[in-house]
Design a protein around this ligand. Structure first.
Ligand code: MG
Length: 305
């Protein structure tokens, strides 16, 4: 490393020397160009000489080994470059390719789902309350579902349990984020509120408690960042289960954890084939839980063109 540094320094000194000689030899014409004043009396810089760029070997190699089971060499210049996404201006803000599901103003991306023959369809506009940049569960109006359907996603959602503490265990600040309307990441006020471990906030409800309890106080805004991999079915067979990664208030509480199946109460979850994309649901569990800043990104495969 030190030798390379020294070499670089000598190389730099050499370049400087050549530049100096060039400057001296080119001095008369250079001076003439610099002497040209602009209309405002300022010197106009000479236009730069056209440069021929040497091929940059850092842009890739084709004389390298092939990556295992991939059509690409190591550092392959032909491998598709990732699409450019502009991150949100502030932490938690939606990046440029996000689908914003709630921007603080209206619930037009949400509605209430139907029953029976209308199951899976949005039959009513959202009846939850919108105020001051957030929306709030209006108990007994029913759960909300997105009008659009999603499969593999990154979801950002912020929630707050009621500041006025009422009830205990599952009765305190209960709601839920049900991805595909099936796989629930529990929302509950678990700040100094004991409930069964697989039913607390951050739990994959009825299956896996969060790795830790990262709760904030009731009334405080909390964040979930969820990476969800939808299950895959081949006919009536489960080919691959669903996986969830959940970051709660910046703390990892599930690390690509396998879901046992859709959320069920007092039973063991089991998979049944369903569509590749389904609406996201927010649960009406009778408590006035608040939500804000909700956005989702569809996740595509690696090496997408
Ligand atoms: Mg719930």
């Amino acid at each position: 490393m030190g030798g390379e540094m020294r070499l670089s320094r000598y190389a730099f000194a050499g370049v400087c020397g050549i530049a100096l000689v060039t400057l001296v030899l080119a001095a008369p014409s250079s001076r003439a160009a610099q002497a040209t004043p602009s209309a405002q009396g300022q010197a106009v810089p000479p236009s730069p000489a056209p440069q021929t760029q040497k091929p940059n070997p850092d842009l890739g190699f084709t004389d390298t080994p092939m990556l295992p089971n991939l059509p690409w060499h190591v550092h392959d210049p032909a491998r598709p470059h990732p699409k450019v996404v502009t991150p949100g201006a502030t932490p938690g803000a939606p990046p440029s390719d996000a689908i914003v599901l709630f921007d603080g103003k209206d619930l037009s991306k949400w509605g209430h789902g139907g029953q029976g023959p209308d199951a899976g369809k949005v039959v009513n506009d959202a009846k939850w309350a919108v105020r001051d940049g957030y929306f709030e569960v209006v108990p007994k109006t029913g759960s909300l579902v997105t009008r659009d359907s999603f499969g593999d996603i990154q979801l950002h959602i912020e929630w707050a349990a009621p500041a006025e503490v009422r009830g205990n265990s599952q009765g305190r600040g209960n709601s839920g984020v049900l991805i595909m309307g099936l796989y629930e990441v529990q929302v509950l006020d678990v700040y100094q509120n004991v409930t069964y471990a697989d039913g607390g906030a951050g739990a994959l409800y009825g299956q896996w408690p969060p790795l830790v309890n990262a709760a904030r106080k009731p009334g405080d805004w909390q964040t979930y960042d969820i990476v969800f991999e939808a299950p895959r079915f081949e006919g009536s067979t489960l080919a691959r289960p669903a996986y969830l990664t959940v970051i709660w208030n910046g703390v990892v509480v599930h690390n690509r954890k396998e879901a046992m199946g859709p959320m069920v109460y007092r039973q063991v979850a089991k998979y049944a084939p369903h569509a590749a994309e389904l609406p996201i649901m927010l649960q009406d569990h009778g408590n006035p839980v608040r939500f804000r800043n909700v956005w989702v990104r569809k996740l595509g495969p690696y090496d997408a063109k």
